[in-house]
Design a protein around this ligand. Sequence first.
Ligand code: CA2
Length: 153
Amino acid sequence: MADKTGVLVLNGPNLNMLGTRDPEIYGHTTLAEIEATCVEHGQTLGLTVSCRQSNHEGELVGWIQEARGSMGGLIVNAGALTHSSVAILDALSIADMPIVEVHLSNIFARESFRHHSYISPVATGVICGLGAQGYILALDAIARLTGQKSKGK
Ligand code: CA2
Protein backbone atom coordinates (compact mmCIF):
# COMPACT_ATOMS: atom_id res chain seq x y z
CA MET A 1 0.00 0.00 0.00
CA ALA A 2 1.41 3.42 -1.00
CA ASP A 3 2.26 5.76 1.85
CA LYS A 4 1.71 9.12 0.18
CA THR A 5 3.82 10.81 2.83
CA GLY A 6 6.91 8.70 2.12
CA VAL A 7 9.52 10.17 -0.22
CA LEU A 8 12.66 8.40 -1.38
CA VAL A 9 15.70 10.56 -2.15
CA LEU A 10 17.99 8.53 -4.35
CA ASN A 11 21.55 9.48 -5.26
CA GLY A 12 23.75 7.64 -7.72
CA PRO A 13 27.43 7.08 -8.41
CA ASN A 14 30.06 9.32 -6.84
CA LEU A 15 27.58 11.58 -5.09
CA ASN A 16 28.94 10.16 -1.83
CA MET A 17 32.05 12.22 -2.69
CA LEU A 18 30.27 15.57 -2.47
CA GLY A 19 32.12 18.15 -0.46
CA THR A 20 35.48 16.45 -0.93
CA ARG A 21 36.43 17.94 -4.33
CA ASP A 22 35.17 19.95 -7.32
CA PRO A 23 33.31 22.45 -5.07
CA GLU A 24 33.18 24.92 -7.98
CA ILE A 25 30.89 22.46 -9.78
CA TYR A 26 29.05 20.68 -6.95
CA GLY A 27 29.38 23.03 -3.98
CA HIS A 28 30.79 22.42 -0.50
CA THR A 29 27.80 20.61 0.98
CA THR A 30 28.31 16.92 1.75
CA LEU A 31 25.74 14.27 0.86
CA ALA A 32 25.14 13.63 4.58
CA GLU A 33 24.28 17.32 5.01
CA ILE A 34 21.95 17.29 1.99
CA GLU A 35 20.20 14.18 3.32
CA ALA A 36 19.81 15.63 6.83
CA THR A 37 18.33 18.83 5.35
CA CYS A 38 15.92 16.77 3.23
CA VAL A 39 14.71 14.81 6.26
CA GLU A 40 14.29 18.05 8.26
CA HIS A 41 12.53 19.91 5.45
CA GLY A 42 10.35 16.89 4.78
CA GLN A 43 9.11 17.04 8.38
CA THR A 44 7.95 20.63 7.88
CA LEU A 45 5.94 19.43 4.86
CA GLY A 46 4.47 16.35 6.52
CA LEU A 47 6.68 14.06 4.47
CA THR A 48 8.76 11.16 5.74
CA VAL A 49 12.00 11.25 3.78
CA SER A 50 14.27 8.23 3.31
CA CYS A 51 17.65 8.71 1.65
CA ARG A 52 19.81 6.21 -0.20
CA GLN A 53 22.97 6.39 -2.29
CA SER A 54 24.69 3.74 -4.36
CA ASN A 55 27.54 3.52 -6.82
CA HIS A 56 25.84 0.48 -8.39
CA GLU A 57 23.19 0.69 -11.10
CA GLY A 58 21.46 -2.58 -10.10
CA GLU A 59 21.12 -1.50 -6.49
CA LEU A 60 19.49 1.77 -7.60
CA VAL A 61 17.10 -0.18 -9.86
CA GLY A 62 16.18 -2.43 -6.92
CA TRP A 63 15.40 0.53 -4.68
CA ILE A 64 13.25 2.16 -7.40
CA GLN A 65 11.32 -1.11 -7.73
CA GLU A 66 10.83 -1.27 -3.94
CA ALA A 67 9.60 2.34 -3.86
CA ARG A 68 6.85 1.43 -6.33
CA GLY A 69 3.69 0.90 -4.36
CA SER A 70 5.27 1.93 -1.05
CA MET A 71 6.33 5.57 -1.51
CA GLY A 72 4.42 8.70 -2.45
CA GLY A 73 7.25 10.32 -4.38
CA LEU A 74 10.77 9.92 -5.62
CA ILE A 75 13.63 12.40 -5.97
CA VAL A 76 16.48 11.08 -8.07
CA ASN A 77 19.94 12.30 -8.93
CA ALA A 78 21.34 9.34 -10.83
CA GLY A 79 24.73 11.03 -11.32
CA ALA A 80 26.50 9.91 -14.50
CA LEU A 81 23.95 7.09 -14.95
CA THR A 82 21.51 9.84 -15.95
CA HIS A 83 23.29 9.95 -19.29
CA SER A 84 23.62 6.21 -19.91
CA SER A 85 21.17 4.02 -18.01
CA VAL A 86 18.25 2.45 -19.86
CA ALA A 87 17.82 0.17 -16.81
CA ILE A 88 17.07 3.16 -14.56
CA LEU A 89 14.77 4.63 -17.21
CA ASP A 90 12.83 1.34 -17.37
CA ALA A 91 12.57 1.09 -13.58
CA LEU A 92 11.36 4.69 -13.28
CA SER A 93 8.89 4.29 -16.13
CA ILE A 94 6.84 1.82 -14.08
CA ALA A 95 7.11 3.76 -10.81
CA ASP A 96 3.58 4.99 -10.10
CA MET A 97 4.42 8.21 -8.25
CA PRO A 98 5.68 11.74 -8.91
CA ILE A 99 9.38 11.70 -9.85
CA VAL A 100 11.61 14.76 -9.66
CA GLU A 101 15.00 14.52 -11.35
CA VAL A 102 17.61 16.69 -9.64
CA HIS A 103 21.11 17.73 -10.66
CA LEU A 104 23.34 19.93 -8.58
CA SER A 105 25.06 21.39 -11.62
CA ASN A 106 23.46 22.87 -14.73
CA ILE A 107 24.01 19.88 -17.00
CA PHE A 108 23.16 22.02 -20.06
CA ALA A 109 26.05 24.39 -19.37
CA ARG A 110 28.54 21.50 -19.30
CA GLU A 111 29.90 18.93 -21.79
CA SER A 112 27.44 17.93 -24.54
CA PHE A 113 27.28 14.31 -23.29
CA ARG A 114 25.61 15.62 -20.12
CA HIS A 115 22.85 17.38 -22.09
CA HIS A 116 20.90 14.20 -22.66
CA SER A 117 19.08 12.50 -19.78
CA TYR A 118 17.47 9.08 -20.08
CA ILE A 119 15.44 9.94 -16.99
CA SER A 120 13.84 13.25 -17.99
CA PRO A 121 11.15 11.75 -20.28
CA VAL A 122 9.65 9.82 -17.36
CA ALA A 123 10.23 12.49 -14.69
CA THR A 124 7.35 14.66 -13.56
CA GLY A 125 9.81 17.55 -13.38
CA VAL A 126 13.51 18.34 -13.61
CA ILE A 127 15.60 20.72 -11.48
CA CYS A 128 19.23 21.45 -12.28
CA GLY A 129 21.89 24.03 -11.59
CA LEU A 130 20.66 25.16 -8.19
CA GLY A 131 23.02 23.08 -6.07
CA ALA A 132 21.77 21.44 -2.89
CA GLN A 133 18.72 23.72 -2.90
CA GLY A 134 17.42 21.64 -5.81
CA TYR A 135 16.56 18.79 -3.44
CA ILE A 136 14.55 21.13 -1.21
CA LEU A 137 12.66 22.53 -4.20
CA ALA A 138 12.00 18.96 -5.34
CA LEU A 139 10.51 18.13 -1.92
CA ASP A 140 8.29 21.22 -2.12
CA ALA A 141 7.11 20.06 -5.55
CA ILE A 142 6.35 16.55 -4.32
CA ALA A 143 4.46 17.92 -1.31
CA ARG A 144 2.22 19.86 -3.68
CA LEU A 145 1.85 16.99 -6.13
CA THR A 146 0.81 14.60 -3.36
CA GLY A 147 -1.37 17.15 -1.60
CA GLN A 148 0.73 17.23 1.56
CA LYS A 149 1.22 20.99 1.54
CA SER A 150 -1.79 23.10 2.39
CA LYS A 151 -3.08 25.44 -0.30
CA GLY A 152 -1.77 28.99 -0.29
CA LYS A 153 1.62 28.09 1.20
O1 CA2 B 1 25.08 17.77 -11.37
C1 CA2 B 1 24.76 16.67 -10.93
O2 CA2 B 1 24.14 16.51 -9.90
C2 CA2 B 1 25.22 15.42 -11.69
O3 CA2 B 1 24.18 14.45 -11.62
C3 CA2 B 1 26.45 14.93 -10.97
C4 CA2 B 1 27.13 13.74 -11.66
C5 CA2 B 1 27.37 14.05 -13.12
O4 CA2 B 1 27.90 12.92 -13.79
C6 CA2 B 1 26.10 14.49 -13.83
O5 CA2 B 1 26.41 14.80 -15.17
C7 CA2 B 1 25.51 15.70 -13.15
C8 CA2 B 1 28.48 13.44 -11.01
C9 CA2 B 1 28.49 13.29 -9.53
C10 CA2 B 1 29.90 13.22 -9.06
O6 CA2 B 1 30.00 13.96 -7.88
C11 CA2 B 1 31.22 14.20 -7.37
C12 CA2 B 1 31.28 15.07 -6.31
C13 CA2 B 1 32.48 15.39 -5.74
C14 CA2 B 1 33.63 14.82 -6.22
C15 CA2 B 1 33.59 13.96 -7.27
C16 CA2 B 1 32.36 13.63 -7.83
